[in-house]
Design a protein around this ligand. Structure first.
Ligand code: NDP
Length: 277
């Protein structure tokens, strides 16, 4: 596994696992937990979840998957903006910990900006760190202006990550947000890194995949992972896909292959508002 550093210097895997849409159908519970365990076996030991996914159901799947191997996992979860008041954040975290059946979340994120003042959410994160319930905190769906505002809040400079939409077909962050995070040594966590599967039939991806001897998904992941300080968290409940995604780590894209991808998925030429899914 390749790693990148958090601002604290702690190293985390650059390829992790997402969990959106897990925990929605009880009949899939064990298969989903098995899928996450397979990912862990392959070294994708960063797991991203959220209280929102499956209305807590995804955290329960994660809790099942990591039982007995908590120390091998870097666990990320998120508080909903509607819960992100000073008291609400603490309570939401405690509910998540119960579902995750563990004592600590490694990285706890504000899922997106909502109505509660950032000061309150950050103060709650600090309280949770003091209580040992989380180790780091961060944000999600924050654009450069949001990051700058966060910087001005007491304690706001200690954010450990920003999780945003980033994939070959959504490269807007490369213009300003990614360089901003890189300059602060804050890893950018790329969500929907294969655009939920929608771009995998693109001829440019198919061509480069053929050249590299991997699947289009692995090339799409290798592309985002070729950027400094980027972590990708593809979601998969299918063992074939999990093996395929893991092979992204073997891919070293040549300048020619990057040129093919740039032509098909042009990089941004100006700042655009951050996209969200
Ligand atoms: P992804 O880009 O990870 O795509 C997931 C979809 O692609 C699933 O349908 C999966 O199906 C399929 N898939 C996975 N691997 C392959 C493959 N090798 N070949 C073909 N299909 C494949 O989308 P997500 O939106 O799930 O994003 C990843 C994670 O990011 C989420 O699960 C969540 O944890 C996080 N996220 C965070 C957001 C935020 O606001 N902070 C917003 C959105 C996502 P299958 O299971 O069958 O493999």
């Amino acid at each position: 596994m390749r790693h990148t550093a958090l601002p604290s210097g702690e190293m985390v895997p650059i390829l992790g696992q997402g969990t959106w849409f897990m925990g929605e159908d009880g009949r899939q519970f064990h298969q989903e937990a098995d899928a996450l365990r397979l990912g862990l076996d392959l070294g994708m030991s960063l797991i991203d979840t959220a209280e929102m996914y499956g209305d807590g159901g995804a955290e329960e799947v994660v809790g099942e998957a990591i039982e007995g191997r908590r120390k091998d996992v870097f666990l990320v979860s998120k508080v909903l903006p509607s819960n992100a008041s000073r008291r609400g954040t603490v309570l939401a975290c405690e509910r998540s910990l119960k579902r995750l059946k563990c004592e600590t979340i490694d990285l706890y994120l504000l899922h997106w900006r909502g109505g509660h003042p950032l000061e309150e959410t950050v103060a709650a994160f600090e309280e949770l760190i003091k209580a040992g319930k989380i180790r780091y905190w961060g944000v999600s769906n924050f654009d450069v202006e949001d990051m700058e505002e966060l910087d001005s809040v007491s304690g706001g400079k200690t954010a450990a990550s920003n999780q945003v939409l980033y994939n070959l077909s959504r490269r807007g962050v490369e213009f300003a947000l990614l360089p901003w995070c890189q300059s602060r040594k804050i890893p950018l966590m790329a969500y929907s890194p294969i655009e939920q599967g929608r771009m995998l039939n693109h001829p440019a991806l198919t061509r480069v995949a053929k050249e590299c001897g991997v699947t289009p998904a692995a090339v799409a992941l290798a592309f985002v992972l070729s950027q400094e300080g980027v972590i990708a968290i593809p979601k998969s409940s299918t063992s074939k896909h999990i093996h395929e995604n893991c092979r992204a780590l073997e891919v070293k894209l040549s300048a020619g292959q990057i040129a093919i991808l740039d032509e098909a998925f042009p990089p941004p030429s100006r700042k655009r508002p951050l996209e969200m899914i």
